[in-house]
Write a protein that binds this ligand. Structure first.
Ligand code: ADP
Length: 457
């Protein structure tokens, strides 16, 4: 069932219920009031008759019947019986057609003071009338024709009002639901109109304070995040393609030049070596891009295991030395380490190798002496790795951007690199629930400090 129909139904049922309860209450209270009022009229008629008959000596049954014959205050179908203390009937209306009461009934009236009886439409009041010398039982009965007709009429009016009210409530409910839901409809239409080609479009935030406005605000905030992510992704692809194109252009350029004429064996060898170097760079770039993409989307935590950081440092150092024999990597285990077994973290050895390799390589690459000092220590349940170099340093402004993918400082354009290493390092740190800090003085050198939580054995 649609929300509009559900709201209409709920509104209609609720309003009808209230009107129904009110109508039933009015009907029964009126019926009760009629009964009480008729009862009072019966009693006062009975008392008047008893007074006339008992207290005025000249009046007897026959005279009373003659007086009462055309009395306009007579009740419809009125019947009156009066009994003395010996249970003898001393007065009865003409044309009596009600049952004679039993002696027990008369005694009960004397005991209780008054008794009410209803039989079909006829209502009766039996009560004790006390004279100065005697006690009489008066029974008055009649049919409240007008009162009952009024109540019947009221019942019909209430039923019609209830029926019409229910129809009106459902119609009004429908209009109300339509109006209440129209901003949602509008919002849905606006949202449906937003696609990848117009991610800059925003939904109308209305008055900015009601629930719908809050929904629109949240949706717009989500759109803004998506748009930002989309821009980052687009830039990433553009940057990655650009970085790939440079070595590819170099390779094709070199091959084209070499093919222009017949070359000596030596020339071919030099050209092939140069091309191979470019292919290695391309391969390295592709590997880093792949790792960056994987650390951004996959959940490598599932493959985490215990890793000894000092082992990795030695392994990476050896690999780097093999690739760049002129690089000098000094490793120092500081005195905070009491047991080498402490140097365990929960993580991926491949990713941690990439982290350490990038920081070691950068330290050597960006310093003229190609020296990086790696020190390893333990502080407050974390393993601290610092990479210090005496290189070119990083400016204040660049420090804010060095972890962005493809960022490269303008001052180092002559050195190899693609600006991916540090963004990869940052992601690997995050994945291992670690932190990375950097302090640097331009022209003096830089220190990168990585903290990784210790995995207790
Ligand atoms: P790449 O080294 O390939 O350019 P990175 O992401 O590793 O990419 O580094 C980003 C930038 O941060 C570098 O281009 C450089 O400007 C700066 N940088 C990183 N490490 C150092 C360092 N040890 N000394 C000076 N600058 C550095």
């Amino acid at each position: 069932m649609s929300l509009r129909n559900r709201l209409t139904l709920q509104f209609g049922l609720l309003a009808s219920l209230v009107l129904g309860v009110a109508s039933i209450a009015i009907y029964f209270l009126s019926a009760d009031y009629r009964k009480d009022e008729f009862s009072q009229r019966l009693i006062s008629r009975g008392e008047n008759m008893a007074k006339l008959l008992i207290q005025i000596e000249e009046v007897d049954q026959n005279l009373l019947n003659i007086i009462e014959c055309d009395n306009p205050v007579r009740l419809p179908e009125e019947q009156i019986l009066i009994f003395n203390f010996r249970d003898s009937l001393i007065y009865s209306s003409e044309g009596l057609d009600i049952e004679m009461p039993t002696k027990d009934f008369l005694n009960q009236v004397r005991l209780d003071g008054s008794i009410q009886i209803s039989k079909e439409k006829r209502e009766s009041e039996a009560f004790l009338f006390t004279d100065r010398y005697d006690r009489f039982v008066v029974i008055v009965s009649g049919i409240d024709v007008y009162g009952r007709r009024k109540i019947q009429n009221l019942g019909q009016v209430l039923a019609i009002v209830l029926g019409l009210g229910m129809i009106a409530f459902f119609l009004v409910g429908r209009v109300y639901a339509e109006r209440a839901l129209s901003p949602i409809k509008q919002l849905v239409a606006e949202i449906a109109g937003i696609s990848i080609s117009n991610l800059n479009k925003r939904a109308n935030e209305g008055n900015g304070s009601d629930e719908l406005a809050k929904l629109a605000i949240s949706f717009n905030a989500m759109l803004a995040r998506l748009e930002a992510a989309f821009v980052v992704q687009r830039n990433f692809i553009a940057n990655a393609s650009h970085e790939m194109r440079t070595p590819l252009t170099a390779i094709s350029g070199q091959l084209e030049v070499i093919l222009l004429k017949q070359r000596s064996e030596e020339e071919y060898k030099v050209a092939i070596e140069s091309v191979l170097q470019d292919i290695h760079k391309l391969n390295k770039l592709a590997n880093r891009l792949l790792m960056l993409a994987q650390t951004g989307t996959d959940a490598p935590e599932a493959n985490f295991r215990q890793v000894r950081i000092d082992d990795i440092i030695w392994e990476v150092r050896a690999d780097l030395k093999k690739m760049k024999p002129d690089y000098c990597i000094e490793v120092d285990l500081d005195e905070t380490i009491t047991d080498l077994e402490e140097l365990q973290v929960l993580g991926s050895d491949i990713l941690l190798k990439a982290l350490i390799l990038n920081l070691m390589e950068n330290g050597c690459k960006y310093s003229d002496d190609h020296v990086v000092k790696v020190s390893l220590g333990v502080r407050a349940n974390t393993i601290q790795l610092t990479f210090t170099d005496n290189g070119i340093g990083i400016s204040e402004a660049d420090l804010k951007q060095i972890f962005d993918p493809f960022f490269r400082s303008n001052s180092i354009r002559n050195r190899d690199g693609h600006g991916i290493g540090l963004s990869l390092v940052k992601r690997i740190c995050d994945l291992h629930k670690g932190t990375i800090k950097v302090s640097s003085v331009l022209g003096k050198g830089s220190t990168f400090t990585v903290s990784l939580p210790i995995k207790k054995v």
